[in-house]
Design a protein around this ligand. Structure first.
Ligand code: HEC
Length: 150
């Protein structure tokens, strides 16, 4: 190679490298933005309007609330605490703290459909339960949460 070619060769490599690493850099930057938008921390869930409007098909009878209470002790209390205050044994280790489900204003401001959707879909570290529990069980949990935050 003549020196002119060498210069062109390394020049080309430098431009190529800048493009590749610049590309990776900006991909990484946009991933960070998306990552943060996806895990915005406590309270920010993108609940679709259709979910908000869902009607609870199960009446909040004492029997339903009792079923919800049992399911809560089994699946939720490790994070949300036996009384739902967000102080379960696993809560300490989580970056986003489990919501205090006895916060009356907070629960009252949400529709049954919204609570149903949140329990179904989760929001890390809150797991999703649509694969673990039946729809009916999740509605029992909604009825229990209403009773809890009364
Ligand atoms: C691994 C721990 C964990 C378990 C298990 C868990 N949760 Fe959660 N939960 C969380 C965390 C953390 C949040 C807060 C997430 C956020 O706001 O980003 C949360 C939020 C919620 C919310 C939303 C409250 C609001 O006002 O936005 C509801 C409702 C809820 N959990 C109900 C339940 C129910 C019911 C169960 C059991 C079926 C359950 N959770 C199990 C950790 C957990």
């Amino acid at each position: 190679m003549r020196s002119g070619n060498v210069t062109r060769y390394f020049g080309g490599m430098a431009v190529f490298g800048a493009l590749v690493f610049g590309g990776i850099g900006s991909l990484w930057a946009s991933w960070l933005v998306i990552e943060r938008a996806g895990h915005p921390g406590q309270g920010r869930w993108e609940v679709p309007e259709s979910a908000r409007k869902m009607k609870n098909p199960i009446r909040a009878t004492a029997a339903s609330i009792q079923k919800g209470r049992r399911l809560f002790a089994e699946h939720c209390a490790m994070c949300h605490g036996d009384e739902g205050k967000g102080d379960g044994p696993m809560a300490e280790a989580l970056e986003t703290k489990p919501t205090d489900l006895t916060d009356r204003a907070r629960i009252a401001s949400q529709s049954d459909g919204e609570l149903f959707w949140k329990i179904s879909k989760g929001n890390p570290p809150m797991p999703d339960f649509e694969g673990t529990l039946s729809k009916e069980e999740i509605w029992h949990l909604v009825n229990f949460l209403r009773a809890l935050a009364r």
